[in-house]
Design a binder for this molecule. Sequence first.
Ligand SMILES: Nc1ncnc2c1ncn2[C@@H]1O[C@H](COP(=O)(O)OP(=O)(O)OP(=O)(O)O)[C@@H](O)[C@H]1O
Ligand SMILES: [Mg+2]
Length: 315
Amino acid sequence: MSLANLLNNPKKLILFSGKGGVGKTTTAAAYALKLARMGKPTLIISSDPAPSLSDIFDVEIGDGIKPLGKVKNLYAEEISADSVLKRWKKKFGPEVYEVLSSFIPLEYDIIDYFANAPGIEEEFMLDYILELLEEDKYETVIWDTAPAGHTLRLLNLPRTMLSHLEAAAKVYIKFYGYLKKLSEFSKIGRKKRSVFTIIDEWKSLSEKILCFLRDGSRTEFIVVTIPEALSVFQTERIIDFSREFGLSVNNIIINNVIKTVDGDFLKTRKKMQQNYLDQLKDRYERDMELTEIPLASHEVKGIEKIAHISDLLFI
Ligand SMILES: Nc1ncnc2c1ncn2[C@@H]1O[C@H](COP(=O)(O)OP(=O)(O)OP(=O)(O)O)[C@@H](O)[C@H]1O
Ligand SMILES: [Mg+2]
């Protein structure tokens, strides 16, 4: 399905992924702007520690959803790892602490161990996005993911997270007999939900998230790349991995393509790019849509420039 078709076949969540610096924020912003201008309430959310949405839209965004004043129907948020962690602690912290501390005296800091489980940040980011989508305020949420293997980690999270949690559960099992005796003796820990019940709830949360990500009628992945070796390798990895996980990836945006050549320098570079363009076409043209965005002579900053990229995306 081409990007233009995708517009008329709205998904709830669209993730932009790809190597660092290839144009994820630029193309995600262009896509979001297009949806908003079509009258669809759209939220663009970034988990990049750098304030990249603020930079490209030229307004202060930060934590918390903000309407992008100048554009009707467009909302943005730059969510920090810190606020994701806070949300996690608020949602699960008290019950984890309650169960554990009913057996052994513990400092509240113990929940930091759980909160630092690999994948928690991404999982709760997704949990947060799912909650937003359930509110039904936005027709589509565009997620401009952070660079460097973030997406791959994200897709692996139910596995990594559960193995971390199961390690904690094993420790619990080891002391279970002792703890049980202690609780019978002192009548503490009764009527409390067990750690296993909580872990089971986390498992079902992971499954719910994975199910949402795998549902091609609700979630779409867009891979952004540039015609250069490292980015093409990363693209292949993301696509293989995504397919293995049963995710819907049908579009590759090839950014920074040199179209006009006015000198030897660009001529050489264009030739270099051609190899990678051919490679991408050979490999993916049959079953995916490839959209090329030319390299501009200026950076993309501010609504007007973003709108120009929108026009190029949906030709
Ligand atoms: N087609 C283009 N022509 C010229 N400049 C571009 C183009 N696309 C993006 N840029 C510029 O390239 C830089 C990187 O783009 P962008 O921030 O969108 O990449 P990113 O993949 O989000 O990076 P990061 O991985 O750091 O988040 C920006 O300065 C942007 O203005
Ligand atoms: Mg970015």
